[in-house]
Ligand binder design. Structure first.
Ligand SMILES: Cc1cc2nc3c(=O)[nH]c(=O)nc-3n(C[C@H](O)[C@H](O)[C@H](O)COP(=O)(O)OP(=O)(O)OC[C@H]3O[C@@H](n4cnc5c(N)ncnc54)[C@H](O)[C@@H]3O)c2cc1C
Ligand code: FES
Length: 351
């Protein structure tokens, strides 16, 4: 059973506590989950840290894959993972109850959370630059006294100035830039952060941030990298590229970057510059509509994929952008023969 009515869960909660082995990529930690507690609550109680954010089933950051046992989420709630993902063993650990000893795989190392602790601080806006018709580069400066470290691919939450709204944004800058963080933000026609950026953002503004969080990042395997970015999903790829530049040596890196409209494109010069100093980097830029922009092809990041992109069995794929693009890209990669465990993805859900 993967999803169950709450009364069934309550009845089954009479069962004794269960032991759950949490298989991180760098080792296993076992926690005891008492009846009535979620895996996340029990792990917190036991001092075992898991990636999580909302704790109510909507952000998707706490996902794990059940490989043994009976791990169940309550029925009748809206979850950020889909039915087919639940059927394939995925569970949101902030919602999951356990009935009998179980095993859950996590796709990040336990050491990540010790190495990159979550902090809350107030940053100052250093730069606000429009880098396209609908995208802004926001640079935040952190206080000198704050020790902030993150893994390329992670994100922070920001409190939109003048509101009580929090939004998530992935760092576009590299891990070594710990005092100045760069973000690339799509400015929507309306929206809390979009309105702030369009109408108010000024150098020197103060923005509360919390992070880093998230488990998206480079796998430890050395091998070719295939990065597929939709719109501002390019941000974490830029951060990860800095690591690839030093770590992957001769391995090919292919970055496919797509936007719906020509007007939404940004950073084309930046990408070209990167190919000049990263010999193994190949960048393919696509837009959904006919285009006359030099070097840009008509199409989308998924139609741009071919079997040659995945022919090396050691290739890892990194996907980031809107949910629909991610789903299509994942399906295409599986169709092209890429194993599911080599596909790593971050969805830019409304946050
Ligand atoms: C882990 C994570 C990382 C993210 N990183 C980035 C990033 O680096 N850059 C970035 O631009 N965004 C990123 N996002 C999305 C971002 O958090 C906000 O959801 C987005 O910027 C909209 O915020 P807003 O306040 O302007 O609009 P809101 O006030 O949230 O929404 C206004 C309207 O726009 C719709 N909407 C909200 N988000 C989107 C969207 N992404 N696309 C289309 N319509 C939307 C809403 O449904 C609503 O109708 C990330 C999201 C997550 C979960
Ligand atoms: S912490 Fe957000 S879905 Fe579990």
């Amino acid at each position: 059973m993967s999803i169950a009515p709450t009364d069934v869960l309550a009845e089954r909660a009479m069962a004794a506590q269960s032991n759950v082995s949490l298989n991180f990529t760098d080792g296993t930690k076992t926690v005891t989950v008492p009846a009535g507690k979620t895996v996340l609550e029990a792990a917190n109680d036991a001092g075992v840290r898991l990636v999580s954010q909302c704790t109510v089933g909507t952000c998707g950051t706490c996902v794990g894959r059940v490989t043994r046992g009976d791990v169940v989420m309550p029925e009748g709630r809206v979850y950020s993972i889909k039915q087919d993902e639940i059927e394939s063993g995925e569970r949101l650990l902030c919602q999951s109850h356990v009935f009998g000893d179980s095993e859950i795989d996590l796709d990040y190392p336990a050491s990540m959370l010790d190495e990159y602790p979550v902090i809350t601080t107030t940053a100052k806006v250093g730069v606000v630059t429009w880098i396209g018709d609908t995208a802004v580069e926001l640079q935040l400066k952190l206080p000198k006294s704050v020790r902030f470290a993150f893994r390329a691919g992670q994100y922070v939450r920001m409190k939109v100035p003048g509101t009580d709204e929090w939004r998530s944004y992935s760092m576009a800058s590299g891990e070594r830039d710990r005092k100045k963080l760069t973000f690339i933000i799509r400015v929507l026609p309306t929206g809390a952060m979009s309105d702030y950026l369009r109408n108010h953002a000024t150098v020197g503004d103060r923005i509360e941030i919390e992070g880093p969080t998230g488990r998206f990042g480079l796998s430890d395997d050395l091998g070719p990298a295939l990065m597929i970015a939709g719109g501002t999903g390019l941000a974490p790829m830029l951060s990860m590229l800095e690591n690839l530049q030093t770590a992957r040596g001769e391995h090919p890196i292919r970055l496919v970057f797509g936007c719906s409209r020509e007007a939404d494109l940004f950073y084309l010069d930046e990408l070209e510059a990167r190919t000049e100093f990263m010999r193994t980097l190949d960048v393919r830029v696509v837009v959904d509509e006919p285009t006359a922009v030099a070097g840009v092809l008509e199409g989308n990041p998924v139609s741009a994929l071919s079997v040659e992109d995945v022919d090396d069995p050691l290739t890892s794929a990194y996907l980031c952008g809107p949910p629909a693009m991610l789903k299509a890209a994942e399906e295409r990669l599986l169709e092209l023969g890429m194993p599911a465990e080599r596909i790593h993805a971050e969805q830019f859900l409304p946050s």
